[in-house]
Design a binder for this molecule. Structure first.
Ligand SMILES: Nc1ncnc2c1ncn2[C@@H]1O[C@H](COP(=O)(O)OP(=O)(O)OP(=O)(O)O)[C@@H](O)[C@H]1O
Length: 521
């Protein structure tokens, strides 16, 4: 009898180890995945989850250890070998060409010479049959992160894998999109496929996963049935201690506080046929408060962030005002110089240059605002000052890494996010605008970032958070506005907001139908 028949395991990993420099990212990992199970891989940021699955997918070579596929030892030297075996993967950071269509991107990875229209038709049919509708002719550059992920998932499914590895698939999805994905995963499980599922969202792990393996500092520290655990017992297993709850004291008399960020009649024509026009957006964020913006992905949040941050400038200078000054025509540096800080949704490539060290990334984003601290006479960079500032951020945000000043790309996703948010918080900006602050961040670090944003506001700054995570928005916001189809509702004070009201606005209900969305601010 083959070992697979004897054990029922599709995949078995024995003593798998990966070393980066002085860091053992995966330390003698043992793991089994049965056919037809959804197996969660849990662990705090930097625990070694991505490293482990990259070895299973052939993107990283193990230092030592053994992988058995259907009972047979295998060497997975590259992703091509993994795909041939029947292992598919959807990465945390997407690998799509923005200037190509969804179908062209899929064709590149299938590499089987099929005509593009045939691939497009297949992708469309598969996407609809799995409840993840996709327009294969759309340009990737025009799509939201959630829509891009859908391409990755369909591309993976087209290769008919037996094992599908999903690295934090829901961190960029709306609750509705996530529900759809869960239905898809349950269907795949019913078809006998196995899924290795990495997520920091413990409620969803409890909901869909059959078993879980927990990693800490590169080692397996436990296995469990997530359904028999609570979200906090899972978090404790991952982090090794209790996760602190976020505290948000109510603010008093906010209407008298200084308006630090004002957005007036902000209108933007669609830059491409696929982007969302912004329609007459008005919003005031005052000193001391956190305003949250909820919304289904692709309703203009990206376009709004670009317009507010200065990545795209407006004709009307008064459409964005920062600390009382017209900023609509200023670029991102001009707006930073007025005291604003911005954290974009995408951390690699946008929030940080992957091949630059953390200290270089710090200099890149803050050389203008912190010129005195970081640049000396004659334009000489004060390397020591930049290095110590980077180290300070690393320490405050508890960024885990394998070298003192690594390249951004060498950090785990969550740790890079902690660094980017920390880099902006460190300036104590008067206005902070963050798009998806805790995407891919573990429970402990997410609580840390959320608390830091609240404290920044309470110390007198205006904080605007765009997030698809409604729990997060309810935890940190003093008021929540909803972006739908390029329009922004009036912010609803948190005392009056409910999931139902916000959900209705997200679905496009008129504010008066979503229960008098309140005359506030
Ligand atoms: N290419 C690399 N070079 C050097 N160190 C690396 C590299 N890739 C990962 N590491 C380090 O290995 C450790 C494990 O990282 P990994 O990405 O596997 O963590 P993770 O559990 O997936 O975290 P997250 O939840 O944040 O995605 C981290 O300390 C990271 O800095």
């Amino acid at each position: 009898m083959s070992e697979e028949l004897a054990t029922g395991n599709l995949l078995e990993v024995r003593g798998l180890t990966k070393i980066f420099g002085s860091l053992t990212a995966c330390d003698h990992i043992d793991l089994t995945i049965a056919r037809g199970e959804i197996h969660a891989l849990l662990g705090e940021n930097g625990a070694g989850k991505s490293t482990l699955v990259k070895m299973l997918f052939g993107s990283l070579e193990p230092h030592s250890g053994e992988i058995l596929w259907q009972g047979q030892p295998v060497r997975i030297q590259n992703p091509g070998v993994a795909k041939k075996l029947g292992i598919g993967m959807v990465f945390q950071h997407f690998s799509l060409f923005e200037a190509l269509t969804a179908a062209e991107n899929i064709a590149l990875s299938l590499d089987d010479g099929s005509p593009i229209n045939q691939i497009a038709a297949k992708a469309r049919a598969l996407s609809y049959s799995y409840g993840l509708p996709l327009d294969p002719d759309s340009l990737v550059g025009d799509l939201s992160v959630g829509e891009r992920q859908r391409i990755e998932i369909i591309r993976c499914l087209l290769q008919l894998p037996q094992l599908i590895i999903l690295d934090e698939p829901t961190s960029v999805l709306t609750p509705q999109e996530a529900d759809k994905l869960f239905e898809t995963l349950e269907r795949l499980r019913a078809e006998g496929k196995s899924i290795l599922y990495i997520s920091h969202r413990l409620e969803e792990v409890k909901r869909i996963c059959d078993r879980a393996t927990v990693l800490r500092h590169g080692k397996v520290v436990g296995h469990c049935n997530p359904r028999e655990e609570t979200a906090s017992s899972l978090a404790r297993m991952m982090v090794g201690s209790e996760v602190k709850a976020v505290v948000r004291a109510p603010v008093e008399g906010i209407e008298k506080a200084a308006p630090l960020l004002e957005i007036r009649s902000l209108t933007r024509k669609p830059a491409t046929p696929f982007s969302i026009p912004l329609k007459n957006i008005g919003l005031t964020v005052r000193a001391g408060e956190v305003i949250g913006i909820a919304g289904v992905a692709g309703n203009g949040q990206g376009e709004f962030f670009e317009a507010v941050s200065g990545e795209v400038q407006q004709q009307d200078a008064a459409s964005v005002r920062i600390r009382g000054k017209d900023a609509g025509r200023l670029d991102i540096t001009g707006r930073r110089l007025l005291g604003a800080a911005f954290v974009p949704e995408e951390r690699l490539g946008h929030g940080a240059a992957p091949r630059m060290k953390l200290s270089e990334n710090l200099l890149l984003s803050r050389h203008a605002t912190d010129g005195k601290a970081f640049v000396g006479t004659g334009g000489m960079v004060k390397a020591n000052a930049v290095y110590s500032a980077a180290q300070r951020i690393i320490e405050v945000m508890d960024v885990r890494k394998s070298a003192p000043d690594p390249e951004a790309a060498a950090l785990s996703g969550g740790n890079l996010q902690k660094f980017i948010v920390g880099r902006e918080l460190d300036r104590r900006p008067a206005v902070m605008v963050v798009n998806q602050p805790t995407w891919g961040v573990d429970a402990g670090a997410a609580a840390h970032i959320r608390q830091a944003l609240i404290e920044l506001a309470r110390s007198g700054s205006a904080v605007l958070v765009i997030s698809q995570d409604l729990d997060e928005l309810f935890e940190i916001s003093d008021a929540i506005a909803v972006m739908h189809n390029g329009e922004l509702s009036k912010p609803l004070p948190i005392a009056e907001a409910t999931f139902e009201k916000i959900g209705l606005l997200m679905g496009g209900a008129e504010p008066c139908h979503a229960e008098h969305a309140a005359e506030v601010v």
